[in-house]
Design a protein around this ligand. Structure first.
Ligand SMILES: [Zn+2]
Length: 464
């Protein structure tokens, strides 16, 4: 949906795209018209319907969050921190996220599902993201309608599975239940969602292909996904090497690492982005690089479990490396700082994962992974997706480098404005289209309903 409005935003600094690269300019006005950036000017423009005139704004290309789960991570929010590694190693993904996600779909009404999803999308938008790539079970396809309603740019990725019923046994090892099928039903469902949603809301809504992970997707299914990607031109995203058990599983079944397995079935390539690659070997990373596959680094979701997810391990190797929040904290601004600090600690080297590299990963780099040269940049003709950070606050002073100020000191609390397709979604730090507090209350109530069900209580008791 485009507005015909002409909007101007005063930028103390703007990361503009000049001479083919991001360039920091001072004291400019960013002018937006018809959903696109019209100009980056020095003087205050005339004839604007909306003027955002606040001091100290750093105006950036709209930040792109490349991996997220609005729903499943909110399900366990504040319930999984501080648990032991022995539990978290398999228990988080297989013992909580997956069975709870399935339970939620059985327990919640359509209205409750939407309320829950609104809470997640709200947090993404307030966290500075104008675009998200969101992976979910196809039973949560309401998220397309919620994304359309709430204004975010959205790549919705309904999972396809061979073995969707996953849990853990008494030893904490994953158990793959259900018939190990070829995912035919999931693919039929995916086609219907693709038909319904690809290109909706004036192109703001897109559909990606989402084989869940190497240990939940068999070779026939993954080959079918490759054919479908080639047929439709849709992007593909999956989890890769996110647990040790996944590595053991592909080794046992196929005699390959997870990355080798995806290569064997033909899935690696420039249209694929893989979340995590935590337990990938260096040779695996070289394979990903050689095939043009993008790695999505989600550092904080792993930091919670005491596991390294160092941005620089991928970026310094020359891999296309982007960043996602994985639903854990849907605050993309502070995820950048965490990504940098975790990478520097891991490398023992302060010169890696610089503020500019990290900003690039959530703007131009991510836009390239999405195959969109009209996103990730502030330049005339580009889509008017913007994120503005309020650097006028005392704790940012003094400053000489606004990108460093934002990355090393900023958070969602400093997001002053977000705009998608020329529509201001956040201004003055508030979500404009609807009541934030009502969204929060209704969303939280839906999650509480799942935990207070008998099955939810049983899972809680088991998790301790
Ligand atoms: Zn994930």
């Amino acid at each position: 949906m485009e507005t015909g409005e002409r909007t101007a935003i005063r930028a103390r600094w703007v990361l503009a795209h000049e001479d083919g690269r991001p360039t920091l300019l001072e004291d400019r006005w960013v002018v937006v018209e018809g959903g696109r950036i019209a100009a980056v000017d020095r003087g205050r423009p005339a004839g604007c319907d909306v003027v955002v005139d606040r001091p100290g704004l750093l105006v950036l290309p709209g930040l792109i969050n490349m991996h997220n789960h609005c729903f499943t991570e909110l399900l366990v929010r504040s319930r999984t921190e501080d648990m032991t590694s022995a539990f978290m190693e398999n228990g988080l993904v297989y013992g909580l996220l997956m069975p709870l996600g399935k339970l939620a779909m059985e327990r919640l009404s359509a209205a409750e599902r939407r309320a829950a999803l609104r809470l997640g999308v709200l947090q993404l938008i307030l966290g500075g993201a104008t675009t998200v790539m969101e992976s979910f079970r196809s039973g949560l396809a309401d998220v397309f309608a919620v994304a359309e309603e709430m204004g975010i740019r959205f790549w919705g990725v309904p999972y396809v599975f061979s073995t969707p019923d996953i849990d853990v046994d008494t030893q904490g090892k994953p158990v793959f239940g259900g018939a190990a099928g070829d995912g035919t039903a999931d693919i039929a469902e995916w086609r219907a969602l693709h038909q319904r949603w690809a290109g909706a809301a004036g192109g703001r809504i897109q559909v990606g292909l989402g084989p869940h992970a190497p240990d939940t997707c068999g070779p026939d299914l993954l080959r079918a996904v490759r054919r479908l990607a080639d047929e439709t031109g849709c992007l593909v995203t999956t989890h890769l090497a996110q647990t040790k058990s996944e590595v053991e599983h592909t080794r046992r079944l196929y005699g390959r690492t997870p990355a080798e397995y995806l290569q064997w079935v033909g899935l690696l390539g420039p249209d694929l982005s893989v979340a995590h690659s935590i337990f990938s070997t260096d040779a695996d990373l070289d394979l990903l690089k050689a095939t043009g596959t993008t790695v999505i680094n989600c550092p904080r979701t792993f930091a919670r479990t005491g596991t390294w997810a160092p941005f620089a391990r991928f970026a310094e190797r020359g891999l296309k490396t982007v960043i996602g929040t994985d639903g854990y904290n849907m605050d993309l601004v502070s995820e950048l700082g965490a990504a940098g600090q975790i990478a520097k600690l891991h490398a023992g080297e302060s010169g890696v994962a610089t503020a500019r590299q990290l900003v690039d990963a959530v703007t131009l780099g991510a836009a390239a992974a999405l195959k969109r040269d009209d996103l990730g940049r502030v330049a005339p003709g580009a889509r008017a997706d913007l994120t503005a950070i309020d650097l006028s606050k005392p704790r940012f002073q003094p400053q000489s480098d606004p990108l460093r100020s934002m990355v090393w000191r900023g958070s969602a609390a400093d997001v002053s404005a977000t705009m998608v397709d020329g529509r201001l979604l956040v201004e003055g730090g508030r979500y404009l289209p609807a009541d934030e507090n009502a969204i929060a209350t209704e969303g939280a109530a839906a999650f509480e309903k799942i935990w207070s069900s008998p099955e939810g209580a049983a899972i809680r008791a088991r998790a301790g």
